[in-house]
Design a protein. Structure first.
Length: 152
């Protein structure tokens, strides 16, 4: 389940959910318009088990959004992101965009868009389980957020 961005007329970066035992997000770059690919450093190495959403921001940075489906500190899954200012060579520390709500691991498949005002929205499905008296239910959810500026 790849998510790809074109970095130049010849260069493409793709991030793929890798599922072989532990699950992580692995990255590959092509410098010859997809004729050949080489592995680059994996942006997410913990057991996220969610397909990625890779997006080019208006300022040229890359945003990678994914859902960490582990039960993080007993609070359930979390929608997370990382930023790259160097075309995917390195990634920021993880940003938690939504979490701590007691969700199950049955969440994910994010997509990302940037609004004209610069704010970002990510849409995903969420399996809310806060109310232990009721069964969890799935619904489409979104998170509207802003990222730090490049200099911050």
């Amino acid at each position: 389940m790849p998510s790809s961005v074109r970095l130049s007329p010849e260069r493409i970066l793709t991030v793929i959910r890798h599922r072989d035992g532990p699950t992580w997000l692995t990255a590959y770059r092509s410098d010859d318009n997809a004729a050949t690919w080489q592995a680059v450093d994996d942006p997410v190495t913990n057991n996220v088990n969610s397909p990625p959403a890779l997006f080019t921001l208006a300022d040229g940075r890359l945003l990678l959004v994914y859902v960490d489906r582990r039960n993080r500190e007993g609070t359930g899954s979390a929608v997370c992101g990382k930023i790259s200012a160097d075309q995917g060579e390195t990634w920021s520390e993880e940003l938690v965009l939504r979490g701590g709500e007691g969700t199950t691991g049955d969440v994910g498949y994010p997509v990302v868009a940037q609004r004209p005002d610069g704010r970002l929205v990510t849409v995903y499905y969420w399996n809310h389980a806060l109310d232990s008296q009721r069964p969890p239910y799935r619904y489409l959810a979104f998170t509207l957020f802003e990222l730090p500026s490049q200099g911050d």
